[in-house]
Design a protein around this ligand. Structure first.
Ligand SMILES: [Ca+2]
Ligand SMILES: [Ca+2]
Length: 232
């Protein structure tokens, strides 16, 4: 493939417009498409639209290809639906969506091929994190349940056009294990400070063993004969 002269503009509306041209001996290729500017840490629907015009300048039929490459922010991962896998793929190592559009163009003819995609960008490696908080839990399940029976793209985890039990199954199978911590004022002593506890107790009893345990454990407890509790 031959590199093309490309310009990308970022208008105020947050839409990226990409325009590319190539004019060679055998063909002219001109493309123009636009897609929303994508913000780091965002998830949601992501669409692109435009077209590419192939012009065959020779007397033979030719197959022509045009390749696009859309850089996505780190931490995001587009979900390419089955209907688009013929033209789009995801390259995680470069964080790019790669699209290849092609057409057979008859001798001295022109063909316009649409560039069109509708997909969902998700939290990388965490398909079912619907609210983008870094974990899959009851909040995500709540979002999915609220969207049950609709075509809500965010909750449609298998991208088949409907939110149903299959998507819920995917979410549950992606459920996060996680831990958390909170501020603790005491030291990490590793156990309860009973010394402090008994000094502040209302009553302290003393247990006196008149005989040592002489029986095996019964139901998980030692049987202590002749023990006395006394208020100290
Ligand atoms: Ca979540
Ligand atoms: Ca679905």
């Amino acid at each position: 493939m031959v590199p093309m002269t490309s310009t990308v503009r970022l208008p105020d509306a947050g839409v990226v417009i990409a325009v590319s041209e190539f004019d060679g001996d055998t063909r002219t290729v001109v493309s123009s498409y636009e897609y929303p500017e994508w913000i780091q840490g965002q998830i949601g629907t992501f669409s692109g639209a435009g077209d590419v015009t192939f012009t065959n300048k020779t007397d033979q039929n030719r197959r022509m290809k045009y390749r696009i490459s859309v850089l996505m922010p780190e931490g995001s991962e587009p979900q390419i639906p089955d209907t688009l896998t013929d033209v789009l793929c995801w390259e995680p190592e470069t964080s790019r969506i790669i699209g290849v559009f092609e057409a057979v163009v008859n001798a001295n003819q022109e063909v316009v091929v649409p560039i069109q995609w509708d997909l969902v960008v998700r939290n990388a490696g965490m398909l079912a994190d619907l609210n983008n908080d870094g974990r899959v839990d009851g909040q995500d399940q709540g979002i999915l349940i609220a969207a049950f029976g609709t075509d809500d793209a965010i909750a449609d985890l298998n991208a088949d056009g409907i939110v149903d039990a299959a998507d819920l199954g995917i979410l549950l199978s992606n459920w996060s294990d996680y831990s958390e911590d909170t501020i603790e004022t005491s030291d990490a002593s590793g156990g309860t400070d009973y010394n402090t506890l008994w000094r502040t107790a209302d009553h302290v009893f003393r247990l006196t063993l008149n005989e040592l345990p002489n029986q095996d454990r019964r139901e998980g407890h030692y049987v202590i004969p002749k023990a006395e509790w006394r208020l100290t």
